[in-house]
Unconditional design. Structure first.
Lengths: 424, 424
């Protein structure tokens, strides 16, 4: 008998019919002989509606009360889902984050999990019943007040319970069949990935792919929780996300590249004429960090014609460009530079694959493909399993298609690609 | 400095504007130098909407999950109200029934309060802040699960906290100016009662007047909590409901009759030809009780022409008549009677007043007034401070007007009577 944690997002439980469909899925898993713990988000737009209500009442809602308000959303969906599962003849009980034993710090609105003590959940599944748990919420261990986990909180809740219960799998239900080798809206030949590692998932998610929230994947990696991203509309196997030593991975001939992601949410800041003295770069990045700038790529080059002077370029989310530049200009004297140039919107293309650790010639093939397409490369950054290039955002989508094809990722003739949105 | 518990019903907090209006009322009370604990119901139709959702999902919602679902309503309103009070520059914190320390038994949907341990509320008001508490809900002391108190639960919550905190007053806000000497929709000359006893309130509420829920008034009587029923739309004094020994009562010349109520929700069951043997009546009422029949009045008369045979009539809510008759017919042999006659809908007129304890001639004046109006009396029942008569429901309203006038209750010329609905 396996223990399965299943997570259902707000779009899966948007109305009574959705709730009944999810209940049938839970019942089916239970009847197949598994123990089931289901994590559920608030119904459809409930959370947004509650935020609107708060904004009607006050311009500055207190954080503690905001969390009390928002947690009403999962309270409703978890109770209804438990009712729907009971209606199918399977005993089910609903628990708030607090009742389920999810302990957090005191940072309302973006609390971190400090522990999971799932006593009631263990008792419930031992008794043969299904446990339904509210996602996105926990309890502040200092005050016993309710907290919310912030963006991606329900995914993280599911992984946390899967880890605490030592579950055999944590199924993340969505409205697509799994994780794709590229965004099918841009690369129609994209195919569903059968299995991938946590690292690949993290790299893809961090570079534009709407896969899962980074936080949930990091949690899964830390506790080696096997994730299974799959569709709530079909019984097909989805995408498994596992440890690199998993037998699932070994059973597969890993391709050099698993996926191609593209990102047009970043901008570029170039600081020109920085005096090439020790400490210049560290000053710059301390200031950017203070301004909450979220840096992805950095390139520094020293001028050949003017030794002792260098240029430093980095990427940050487009909406942060203005604040970061203002912060740097405010410290112009201290840092010592000539001027700042910015590009509000750049294109970033990334290829990701565990295979890069062993395969050679990957970067050559990437650059060659882009050259043949006439796409110019502005910046390059790499990790052990990723190569990212900054390109003209106008050329980003054709570049993605060409690269996807060049690395042999295009789906076979006749392979159905189902894609209905991001599901996030 | 006084401690005031204020209770606001769902219609007072039906939307953001209502919530802001209630917040201003709380702020005004606090700024006047009082400590304030506010009990709040769910917004407008929220509870009904949640019940509808449950019914869409299943025909038989489990009771525990139903309570989890319904308590989401007050969770939303209490958080929003706390935000709105904070917005006015007064610190306020919201607490669920559980956090506020309201302990109940395990009867989901209609839990009884077993105790109130308002530690966090005391700490909050001692710190100078306002405490906002969710009405209608508590925590099952056996399992730590949330429970709801059933109908009138928010009124009862307010009274329970007023008792536990030894509050100076428990203000019940509604959309009318207070309690009236009769229903102004039927008796236009009805006037607002300034002060009345718990017993009077209980008798009126039990006999058709939509005043307050019986349970809340009984709780108030037991713990001698002064109730103040008043309008959330004006600053006028409302109706005080107090102990008979209160100085408020002594300061007033109590009239013989305080109020007139009418009730058309009852039906009549007459069992004809019951053998007048010891135990017949007890058999009958045991069977009615088993069928959940809620008896109000009982009349038994022995046939003069046929000694040893009696007729027994009683009143129950109209919707219970059918079930009660079926239960009695099923035991016809055992009880021994000839036949059952029913009237689905009867009229009951009641007059209530502490003055009845001392004044004489009250019943004579009642019967005389009805006789002059040509209204026939079918049954009579009395308590120390109440006389009720069953009359033709077609004549009920004119009878109420005539009796109201005969006991000198009609409002003076020029006295404004404001009435906007029942507010329950």
């Amino acid at each position: 008998m396996a223990l399965i944690v299943q997570k259902f997002g707000g779009s899966s439980v948007a109305d009574a019919e959705g709730i009944r469909r999810v209940a049938r899925r839970i019942a089916q898993t239970k009847r197949a002989g598994n123990d089931v713990v289901a994590i559920v988000s608030a119904m459809g737009d409930t959370t947004d509606d509650l935020i609107d209500l708060a904004n009607e009442v006050t311009k500055k809602p207190p954080a503690r009360e905001m969390d009390i308000l928002l947690t009403a959303g999962e309270r409703i969906s978890m109770a209804l889902l438990a009712m729907a599962v009971n209606d199918l003849g399977i005993e089910a009980h609903a628990y708030t984050g607090q009742q389920a034993g999810l302990k957090t710090d005191n940072k309302y609105g973006r609390a971190s999990i400090v522990g999971v003590i799932p006593e009631r959940i263990v008792r419930t599944i031992k008794s043969g019943a299904v446990a339904i748990v509210a996602g996105f919420q926990g309890v502040n261990v200092e005050t016993n007040d309710v907290t919310t986990l912030g963006r991606g909180g329900s995914d993280t809740t599911a992984v946390a319970f899967a880890a605490a219960l030592n579950a055999d799998a944590c199924e993340i239900y969505t409205d697509v069949d799994g994780v794709f080798s590229a965004d099918p809206r841009v690369v129609p030949a994209a195919r569903q990935i059968k299995v991938m590692t946590y690292e690949e998932t993290l790299e893809l998610a961090a570079h534009g792919a709407k896969v899962l929230h980074l936080r949930a994947v990091e949690f899964a990696r830390r506790y080696k929780v096997p994730l299974h991203v799959r569709s709530s509309f079909s019984d097909k196997e989805g995408t498994w996300i596992v440890d690199e030593n998993s037998t699932k991975i070994n059973a597969t001939e890993a391709p050099a590249v698993s996926g191609v992601s593209h990102d047009r949410s970043q901008g570029k800041v170039s600081i020109v004429g920085v005096s090439d003295a020790p400490g210049s770069a560290s000053k710059i990045f301390a200031i950017v960090a203070q301004a909450d700038g979220n840096i992805d790529m950095i390139v520094q080059n020293t001028s050949l014609t003017n030794p002792g002077i260098s240029n430093i370029s980095f990427t940050v989310p487009s909406e942060q460009v203005e604040d970061v530049v203002a912060a740097l200009e405010a410290h112009k004297e201290d840092i010592g530079f000539r001027e700042i140039q910015t590009v509000k919107s750049i294109g970033i293309l990334s290829i990701v694959g565990e295979g890069m650790r062993s395969h050679t010639g990957i970067s050559a093939r990437l650059f060659d493909t882009l050259a043949k397409e006439g796409v110019n490369i502005d910046m390059i950054s790499t990790s052990e399993i990723r190569i990212s290039v900054v390109v003209d955002p106008e050329r980003l989508e054709e570049a993605a298609r060409a690269v996807h094809s060049a690395f042999g990722l295009d789906s076979q003739l006749g392979e159905a690609v189902v894609y209905g949105g991001t599901g996030r």
